[in-house]
Design a protein. Structure first.
Length: 234
């Protein structure tokens, strides 16, 4: 095992080092218009939340599927594991070691973030309008579409007013749900490294220095338990 572990860790480190952050768009200039984005770390999975009213319909038209929502949470992960109602060891193993199909998980809600995610760490950052549009465009590009150009909903999501959508992307060990979230943020200019974001804790540690934490009763405990390598969904 040791002979395999060293090359694997070296590959991860090199990948992270080569993924130089894009700083041209971030942070927004002082006093300039900006839009908030909230990174949510529940201990094993990192997602992000935006205000639905901020979403440009031409860029991310699918955001209109939740017309009554104040906020939209965006998550991504392995299709079988994420959509399973129970823990499945085979799904977890397969998701990590084979490229597998994936889904987007979109949740619309109206409650304050600290109330909707009472046990999660939440970090708020600001994006310039151009950066925010790039983030939304990255989400839009992840949706799979049928022959008529329509998204492919797969049924209700895991909680609240939510839906699963088939994604065009593949899940694997070096592209976990947290890596996907890091890539989406990086597309908007946020200085995070996908190679350091395999776990939720790895991503959260990168955004804390320049983000604003939202208080929550489970925040400290969640920070301590945020290095699980499991796929999204549990």
């Amino acid at each position: 095992m040791r002979s395999l572990r060293t090359p694997l860790m070296l590959a991860v480190l090199l990948w992270g080092a080569c993924a130089a952050p894009k700083n041209a768009l971030f942070p927004p200039e002082a006093g300039a218009p900006s839009k908030p984005v909230y990174i949510v770390n529940n201990g094993w999975h990192a997602s992000f939340v935006v205000r639905r009213e901020d979403v440009p319909p031409p860029v991310w038209p699918e955001g209109g599927d939740f017309p009554e929502a104040t906020y939209l949470e965006v998550g991504w992960g392995d299709k079988d594991y994420y959509m399973s109602s129970r823990f499945n060891l085979w799904y977890a193993f397969k998701a990590l070691f084979w490229p597998t199909r994936s889904v987007l998980h979109i949740v619309g809600f109206n409650e304050p973030l600290s109330a909707f995610f009472p046990e999660s760490e939440i970090v708020e950052i600001d994006l310039a309008p151009e950066s925010f549009a790039r983030l939304c465009d990255t989400v839009h590009d992840s949706y799979a579409h049928d022959d008529r150009g329509r998204t492919i909903p797969l049924g209700p999501g895991r909680y609240g007013n939510s839906l699963f959508y088939l994604s065009d992307e593949k899940y694997h060990l070096f592209k976990t749900s947290n890596v996907w979230t890091a890539r989406a943020l990086r597309s908007a200019g946020v200085p995070v490294h996908p190679g350091r974001s395999i776990t939720a804790g790895g991503l959260a540690a990168q955004v804390r220095p320049f983000g604003r934490p939202l208080p929550g009763p489970g925040r400290e405990d969640r920070i301590e338990r945020s290095d699980s390598p499991l796929p999204a969904g549990k």
